[in-house]
Design a protein around this ligand. Structure first.
Ligand SMILES: Cc1ncc(COP(=O)(O)O)c(C=O)c1O
Length: 405
């Protein structure tokens, strides 16, 4: 414990606490498992917010990384390397789109989508530069840059960080008629998560995304879908929008695209849209470097060759059914798609933080989101007996916290 405490003390002294951390220091990961510095073993039911969808230190990702490290690190983006073209081709084949701009973090890929949509709005749609507007949804989460938090509806994300540059209009998530009303001649794009993850695991009403697409088409507005958390098989399809539509105008990827090992993100779109992004208009020193690209190529192969979406659909349906079967008055709702599941608790009687702390003590890593919901998002490689064990821990923690009548 002394060793663990010394890590915690050093962290708390020198690391600015922008995340509330739990008193555990993790030092090893393999598949669905993690171990702390005391040698305690945990089942990972969070997957680093969906970044580790294919399991910790996935052997194929690790092999691709090591093979690339034997060859070359990074090069300046003005020079080509062998893997970026293959990475882009794979992403385009899977999404049915034409081209991609590689970045590193999710927020950067969202920014790339915003920049592209604004430039398209000006150069193609003819909106005067500076007047372009983008429609977003209430309770969105698209990252932490100043532009992105400027259109967050969470006051905590914004407080003290203004001024914000504007140009965004907010509608309720899942409300197609509000979208219809919000569109003006200045609207260049609609930016949505097909399922809101950070916002509290909100599944959109059936048919909504299709309606959004129809409205966008009718009004010559681009539909950009943020699949950073929901993509790469997580919700039971390669990309969550595929539950409803063939393809949007732009897809934003991150997290699991880097195989849980390396930050890799991308904005993917059609050629006629991306042609507004000319040399010098955008860039990133590390975006699409040889290591990132070699990893992404492998991650995309794992996604299809190992049928990750099908596994998420099957295991997710089973996990939801088991969680629904827990007889606890503290549970208000269980919802989600594939292996992105939220359990909403009656927070007037129990805090989600307390539930997560108790689950951690039992060896289950999970995290609350938005205060009222515990998110369950294990690696897509999770097995049935591991799900059964996890559900048993949830059942016993809720039973222990259930107020005596
Ligand atoms: C839907 C969505 N968009 C964007 C982001 C931001 O990604 P990053 O933290 O890699 O910048 C996240 C992160 O949780 C996300 O869930």
């Amino acid at each position: 414990m002394d060793k663990t405490q010394s890590y915690i003390d050093r962290d708390h002294t020198y690391v600015t606490p922008v995340y509330k951390s739990l008193p555990v220091v993790l030092e090893r990961g393999e598949g669905v498992w993690m171990w702390d510095t005391e040698g305690r073993k945990y089942l990972d039911f969070l997957s680093a917010y969906s970044a580790v969808s294919f399991g910790h230190l996935n052997p194929r990702i690790k092999k691709a990384l090591i093979a690339q490290l034997e060859q070359m690190d990074i090069q300046a983006r003005s020079f080509l390397h062998k893997h970026l073209g293959e990475f882009a081709e794979s992403v385009c084949t899977l999404t049915g789109l034409d081209q991609m701009i590689p970045m590193n973090t999710g927020a950067e890929a969202v920014e790339t989508g915003i920049k592209t949509a604004r430039r398209w709005g000006h150069m193609v749609k003819g909106i005067p530069d500076g007047d372009q507007r983008i429609i977003v949804c209430k309770d969105n989460f698209h990252g932490r840059t100043t532009t992105i938090i400027g259109f967050s509806s969470d006051a905590d994300y914004r407080r003290g960080f203004g001024p914000f540059d504007g140009g965004f209009d907010t509608i309720p998530f899942g409300d197609a008629s509000a979208l219809e009303r919000a569109i003006t001649p200045q609207t260049c794009a609609v930016l949505v998560e097909p399922l809101q993850g950070e916002g509290g695991i909100h599944v959109a009403p059936k048919g909504w995304l299709k309606q959004v697409q129809d409205i966008c088409k009718r009004n010559n507005v681009l539909l950009l879908v943020d699949e950073i958390q929901t993509g790469m098989g997580r919700t039971g399809k390669n990309f969550c929008y595929q539950h409803e539509i063939d393809r949007p105008d732009g897809v934003i990827l991150g997290k699991a695209l880097g195989g849980g090992i390396y930050p890799v993100s991308a904005f993917v779109s059609r050629r006629d849209i991306l042609e507004v992004m000319t040399p010098g208009s955008h860039g990133s020193t590390f975006g699409g470097n040889a290591i990132a690209s070699a990893i992404a190529v492998e991650a995309l192969k794992i996604l299809t060759e190992e049928h990750m979406a099908e596994r998420a659909a099957k295991s997710g349906a089973y996990l939801q059914e088991q969680l629904r079967g827990i007889n606890s008055s503290l549970v208000q709702d269980v919802r989600g798609l594939g292996l992105l599941i939220g359990m909403e608790l009656d927070t007037s009687r129990v805090s989600t933080e307390l539930v997560c702390a108790h689950l951690l003590e039992k060896g289950l890593i999970c995290k609350d989101t938005h205060g009222t919901v515990v998110r369950f998002a294990p690696p897509l490689t999770i097995e049935k007996d591991q799900i059964d064990w996890a559900v048993e821990q949830v059942r016993s923690v809720l039973a222990a916290l259930e107020p005596v009548a």
